[in-house]
Design a protein around this ligand. Structure first.
Ligand code: ATR
Length: 276
């Protein structure tokens, strides 16, 4: 019997996840189907119950349901607990939740872009759900310094406090600040986890931020954001979040199927799609 999976979000029509999982399934000979489902804004739980009743094996969860998905699950993983959000649910005897976003980011940076995080200085811009979802896996890659910069200082500080309650022997100096505090600092890796790119808004960050051979990574994909333009103009190597998207999907696929798909060709395949 064909195993059934889905991605639930609102909106969902733009999602590349069905194409990605279809490519993984073909490549690894898995008998499965994966479809997009538009979840009603007030009906996430009912949608999941319905899918479980129909025998689905698992779902990916995207905006705006990642927090609800986490609360819904009986068995959350460590990384889902840290993020307080889940993007992957598995339906076994109980509902298990995981968050593969951060692992996807780290794999893209280290595996695909060949930039090691260990002992580097990292700037994470943003302190919303996207930033929170990747913080723990970034710390596990053992940077020397990780600065969280956010427009609203308090949110960056809250993220730092949350980690400090949990970590014990991390080699990383972790601080929170606002954009004005970045004037005289340089970083090896700068990650944009804000939603500013959605509205084509430039971030008030200095041009001097990007160290020599800096990697500037925008978690958004699909177009060049003002952040990416600024980084490029200042000599950084620039990457968008498409690799992260495919890598987080690969990690979910591995959780469900126990097989790790090859991602490089799939990233290329999605990049070559005609623009919507
Ligand atoms: P997401 O789930 O995408 O992280 P979110 O939780 O709403 O969405 O968080 C959005 C992030 O982008 C926040 O860090 C937000 O900054 P504030 O915490 O100060 O609101 C940041 N952000 C959004 N628009 C921005 C802009 N124009 N300039 C700077 N930061 C922006």
């Amino acid at each position: 019997m064909t195993d059934l999976y889905a991605v639930i979000g609102h909106p969902i029509a733009h999602s590349k996840s069905p194409l990605i999982h279809e490519a993984f399934a073909k490549q690894t000979n898995q008998d499965m189907r994966y479809e997009p489902i538009l979840g009603p804004l007030d009906g996430f739980e009912a949608t999941v119950h319905d899918l479980i009743a129909k025998g689905y094996k698992g779902v990916n969860v995207t905006v705006p349901f990642k927090f609800e998905a986490f609360k819904f699950a009986k068995q959350p993983s460590k990384r889902a607990i840290f993020a307080g959000a889940a993007n992957t649910l598995s339906f076994a005897d109980e509902v298990r939740a995981d968050n593969t976003d951060g692992a996807g980011l780290v794999r893209d940076i280290e595996g695909n872009l060949k930039v090691s995080i260990a002992a580097k200085s990292i700037l994470l811009i943003g302190a919303g759900g996207a930033a929170e979802g990747v913080l723990q896996p970034l710390l596990e890659a053992k940077p020397k310094l990780l600065v969280i910069a956010n427009r609203t200082l308090e949110k960056a500080q809250d993220m730092v406090k949350k980690v400090e309650r949990q970590k014990s022997d991390s080699p990383t100096t972790l601080t929170g600040c606002t954009f004005a505090d970045l004037q005289s600092q340089q970083f090896d890796i700068v990650i944009n986890a804000t939603s500013a790119g959605l509205t084509e808004t430039a971030l008030p960050i200095p041009n001097s931020l990007f160290a020599k051979n800096c990697l500037a990574y925008d978690m958004m994909y699909g177009r060049e954001t003002p952040f990416m333009q600024q980084a490029r103009q200042n000599g950084a190597q620039v990457a968008d979040g498409l690799g992260m998207l495919v890598e987080q999907a690969a990690e979910a696929f591995y959780i469900w199927r126990g097989v790790r798909p090859e991602t490089r060709t799939v990233i290329q395949q999605i990049r070559n799609l005609p623009k919507a």
